[in-house]
Design a protein around this ligand. Structure first.
Ligand code: AMP
Length: 286
């Protein structure tokens, strides 16, 4: 497995592999890899010959310096996991190699970047789309795999690929969860046992609303009330949002759901901000 540290080295590797006729898949990550990331890698290898994983804690997508400082890291462990997953290369650039002095260019996907995490983490998605565009440019994959856990991010990347004419197939992969329902996240490592127990209210809130929906409840306010009640039971320090939006356009609903919806929430437990989502579809309008 090759470890590549600069955009030029990454591009040269990819070019050589493409020249051999290989189909390349990219899985972008911020490291501290868990089973969710590994599932993305396995999915990538179902669609391509050659797996490239990027591990880069992207400073420009953090709107909070403390969050960036405390983001968990384990380079050695990550490399071992990528190797075991069958990666041909890991792209591991230093911050200075990605953002050279004077860097001032950005990619911004308007509209889809506005609600949810876009409202509560200003600048976050511009940081994401800028770095993903740079990763796409350096790697030149035919396929890239992203998790549905970051639902809004996936929608934004799909839009960016269409709008900027990248010839890359974007594949969304379902969220992997612990047996108790908590979505796997590198950030879970920072939860105390006590906070982790309370944090189960987040997936449970989404499931409660999804169950009510399946039982025929389509009133937006009532679905949100049900979810909010369960979420509040976990005593989060703060709830950035809990919202029901159109699953494709991420726009708001009126009084009742009439199209597939995503119920998305972000809440902080024990100082750790967690996000999760569930799709509400079926019942005649999927
Ligand atoms: P991150 O390292 O958190 O930036 O995540 C890298 C990729 O892994 C993103 O596409 C995430 O959506 C995806 N991912 C993170 N957690 C999970 C999970 N629990 N299940 C599936 N995919 C995930």
């Amino acid at each position: 497995m090759e470890i590549l540290k600069t955009p030029a080295a990454m591009a040269a590797f990819s070019q050589a592999r493409r020249a051999r006729g290989e189909r390349l898949a990219l899985v972008p990550t911020m490291g501290y890899l868990h089973a969710g990331h590994l599932a993305l890698m396995a999915e990538a290898l179902r669609h391509a010959d050659t797996l490239i994983v990027s591990v880069f804690v992207n400073p420009i997508q953090f709107n909070n310096a403390d969050d960036l400082r405390h983001y968990p890291r384990d380079e050695e462990g990550d490399l071992a996991k990528c190797q075991a997953a069958g990666a041909a290369a890991v792209y591991l650039p230093e911050v200075e190699a990605m953002y050279t002095p004077g860097f001032c260019t950005g990619v911004n996907v308007a509209r889809l970047s506005e609600p949810l995490c876009g409202r509560t983490r200003p600048g976050h998605f511009a940081g994401v789309t800028t770095v993903v565009a740079k990763l796409f440019n350096a790697v030149g994959p035919q396929v890239a795999v992203f998790g549905q856990k970051d639902y809004q991010q996936l929608a934004i990347i799909k839009r960016m690929v269409r709008d900027l004419d990248y010839d890359i197939e974007i594949i969304g992969h379902p969220t992997l969860r612990d047996s108790d329902g908590l979505a796997l996240s590198s950030r879970n490592a920072r939860l105390t046992q006590e906070a982790r127990t309370r944090a189960l209210a987040l997936p449970e809130a989404l499931l409660a609303a999804q169950a009510a929906f399946k039982a025929g409840e389509h009133r937006t306010a009532e679905l949100l009330r049900i979810a909010r009640e369960v979420l509040d039971g976990g005593a989060p320090e703060s709830v950035d949002y809990i919202e029901l939006l159109d699953a494709e356009r991420l726009g708001p609903f009126g009084e009742t759901l009439n199209r597939p919806a995503v119920l998305a929430a972000a809440a902080t437990f024990g100082g750790v901000r967690l996000i999760d989502n569930r799709l509400l579809s079926g019942n005649g309008f999927n």
